[in-house]
Design a protein around this ligand. Structure first.
Ligand SMILES: [Mg+2]
Length: 144
């Protein structure tokens, strides 16, 4: 656990998750790793938070996206963001390790996926890797 402390230092992560227990848990894990965490309870609010960001705000480095939410689920949230040209890395959280669920997440435009319940260290490592990869992509427009 020790080497992961601070690995998300200063990163801004938006979490879209409707379950209060999971909201608390994910906030705790990511905050402990140094991230600044904002939480919304559905996909529509996630899109709003990403798109209505004031120019003075630094953009989010990562969206952690629960796939099963009211109002607008994770699949449709990812599709809408990608349709609008939004390139933020998206980590999909699926409720269970259903065969095919991961592929569906990627098809919807998510960058990677994990099934719940997540191990804290795995969540932090995956978030850090996605943010690092996202930054590289931004710096090298020919990639991908
Ligand atoms: Mg949910």
């Amino acid at each position: 656990m020790r080497q992961q402390a601070g690995s998300l230092q200063g990163r801004r992560i938006l979490v879209a998750e409707d379950g209060p227990d999971n909201q608390r848990l994910i906030r705790h894990i990511l905050t402990r790793a140094g991230a600044q965490v904002a939480i919304v309870g559905n996909g529509q609010d996630a899109i709003g938070a990403i798109e209505s960001r004031p120019d003075s705000d630094r953009p989010f480095d990562l969206l952690v996206l629960d796939m099963h939410m009211p109002v607008l689920d994770g699949y449709n949230t990812a599709r809408r963001l990608r349709d609008r040209g939004e390139c933020i890395p998206i980590l999909a959280l699926t409720a269970h390790a259903l065969i095919g669920a991961g592929a569906e997440c990627l098809a919807a435009g998510c960058t990677a996926y994990m099934s719940k319940p997540m191990k804290p260290a795995d969540l932090v490592c995956t978030c850090a890797a996605l943010i690092a990869a996202g930054g590289e992509r931004e710096l090298s427009p020919t990639a991908g």
